[in-house]
Design a protein around this ligand. Structure first.
Ligand code: 5GP
Length: 210
């Protein structure tokens, strides 16, 4: 079996990236979603081991020192990191592993593992992003303003990504992501094992028919 692909999914807060990654995992059986460690506190409805592994600063530092992270980064006052063991285990078992992380971490992963596919999910327009942020109804105007400020900064890094996917219609976005990822499996670099096998088979055929 060939190894799975490592896929980074980034996007503005409100772009719907966690909904898209969760739907991908639910709908298709070739995906594994990495669960990050963070020093931030759980929000209402979030669960330990499902949304994040919640760590103290000390525990997080211990993981850093123990080289447990594929990458880690600081984002708005808190540390976030991708535990490496789970990612590698899933890749070895042939699963495509989704990392829902921000850009600093994304660039670190790409530098360490250049065959990583970087996808950025965005709403079709700024107006739509504002509409989604306000329609949640849970955040204050100040929080919405700070998310928008963050989105302006994040938009400056969009051209570092390999692919941009517009999340206009959720179902269409999930299908587009899946198709895009499936296509990556055809890349020559992903097919080294198959190429070697068919070259060997052809040589053997040639020898037996001579
Ligand atoms: P939130 O606190 O809203 O769940 O996440 C804040 C930001 O951190 C989001 O952009 C999210 O994608 C990113 N993030 C979550 N986990 C990780 C991680 O393990 N590493 C990095 N670099 N970013 C992460």
């Amino acid at each position: 079996m060939s190894k799975g692909l490592l896929i980074i999914v980034s996007g503005f807060s409100g772009a719907g990236k966690s909904t898209v990654t969760k739907l991908l995992v639910d709908k298709y059986d070739n995906y594994a979603l990495s669960v990050s460690a963070t020093t931030r506190s759980p929000r209402d409805g979030e669960e330990e081991g499902v949304d994040y592994f919640y760590k103290t600063e000390e525990e997080f530092l211990e993981m850093v020192n123990g080289d447990a992270f594929l990458e880690y980064a600081y984002y708005v006052d808190h540390a976030y990191g991708t535990p490496m063991a789970y990612v590698d285990e899933q890749l070895e078992s042939g699963k495509d592993v989704l990392l829902e992380i921000e850009i600093q971490g994304a660039l670190k992963v790409k530098a360490r593992r250049p065959d990583t596919i970087m996808i950025f999910i965005t709403p079709p327009s700024a107006e739509e992003l504002v509409r989604r942020l306000t329609s949640r109804g849970t955040d204050s105007e100040e929080v919405i303003r700070s998310r928008l400020r963050q989105a302006v900064k994040e938009s400056e890094g969009m051209d570092c990504y390999d692919y941009i996917i517009v999340n206009d219609d959720l179902e269409a976005c999930v299908t587009d992501m899946h198709t895009l990822i499936q296509t990556q499996h055809c890349r020559t670099a992903q097919q080294a094992g198959f190429i070697e096998k068919i070259q060997k088979e052809l040589k053997e055929r040639e020898e037996t028919t001579e």
